[in-house]
Write a protein that binds this ligand. Sequence first.
Ligand SMILES: [Zn+2]
Length: 564
Amino acid sequence: GRWELRLTFSGILNDKLHGFYRSTYKDANGKEKALASTQFESTDARRAFPCWDEPAFKAVFRVTLVIDDGLTAISNARVISETSLAGIGKKEVVFADSMKMSTYLVAFIVGEFEATDPVMVGKSPLRVWAVPGKRHLAKFAQEIGSFSLSHFSGYYDIAYPGDKLDLIAIPDFASGAMENLGAITFRETALLVDEAKATRAELERVADVVSHENAHMWFGDLVTMRWWNGLWLNEAFATFMEMIAVDAWKPEWRRWDSFTVSRAAAMQVDGLKSTRPIEFPVEKPEEAAGMFDVLTYEKGASVLRMLEQYLGAEAFRDGIRLYLRRHEYANAETTDLWDALEDSTRQPVRPLMDSWIFQAGYPLISVERDGRGLILSQSIFRYLQDGNTPERKWHVPIFIRAGTKRGVVNRTILLTDPRVRVELPDDADWVVVNAGGHGFYRARYSPDLMADLKQALQTSLAAVERFNLVNDAWATALAGLTPLSEYLNLIDLLRDETDVNVWTSVIISCHNLNRILGEKQRDALRTRVRAVFAAALDRLTWSPRAGESELDRQLRGDLIGALG
Ligand SMILES: [Zn+2]
């Protein structure tokens, strides 16, 4: 039959930054103040109240807080009543029922707080909260907050599942932010920003984090991983969606271009012998703590982006919608997402994604000419060539773009064998594999194809593709797979290069080379690359020009630094 269990318990307000914890900060007058906040992911709801503290036990939560008069309380749902308790200087705040959700998403925050005026997103008011004196720093976050929330409800085709959304800046917070439904907590620097004084990087960080957390309201909160092995997908997907929203909000930021740098960072780690697969079995929740790294966020998001580009953005989105509708207010396995994408696209998504998430590392795609076509082959990429490189095979979406007499030709294939021949409709003047730069793999071109690409470098390749060409040439040279001279020849051609990401990659590689080379070679290298850097700087001009972009300013600083 049906049973009802009532428990009376008392807990403590701890100072450990998880569970229900006490946090202190200095106010504008330097006076020490305290507030209380929660941080429950992964298993700290049990520190605050007795519960079945695993993501699959979803429940409706009704929160009532008795707090001092003069303080503010925030929880997952709206306040439905606030009653003064006569004579004791306290009040009782009752919140509406939450939606059915996991314990790690419950939150309550108590302290001195000020809020912005609400902005309505659909039927839900959205506010930004901060400790007194900081409300003027909340405007930017509220803008991207309301934009991304509305953008996601369109993308997912499901209204925001909460009854309001509060974005709360906590002075003392262990991680960047936490996606509690309706009451997202942030480290102050990830939410509050002075738009007039902030750098582009600081603004981008706030836009990224706010969008990321908002994406979780559906992916993570409405549909939740059944167990902690699925944590990577939760985070990888929110990272992917943060780019979708920020790119739609400010296309001029070219957010996917700057993501190339994050992808390259993940490829660097994933090219080491010690790397791990994206998903691995988790028995105890603590083991999932190892998942909060570059392989989860950046590699995970890259692989999702590669899949999206392979399936087509709309077809991919339709699969996401199907997945969310199938599992809303419930839990799902990683494979449920692949199944929904298969059902909506009729493409073999599961074997494709299994090859990327259960195998560590990534492939090197070697490309050579074969008559009018190309031969593509795959092998694992490792920096260390110690003769123990394992045999691995991926299902690799290959995006080919070729320049021919009759114009530019695009081809997409799924490479599942170690080697395949691709026929092109005409003789190619140049060929790019990984066109658009969405693939999580490196390319190694045969010398003749490389020579063609060098000719076409500034005329036919996008900045992202030039970045990958340079970055891959450096990585394969480091691994001893291609001669270093080939990489240096490529640098010689960068006198006209204007992309800051390409230059950052080149400058870092030169610093590293400087450390490895002997003194004589070092002098030769310095003379050679200085000539290129100086030419690029002449082109950019040594002093700032009126109306130039922040990226040009950054590039000038980088080049002058490298010459110094
Ligand atoms: Zn997240």
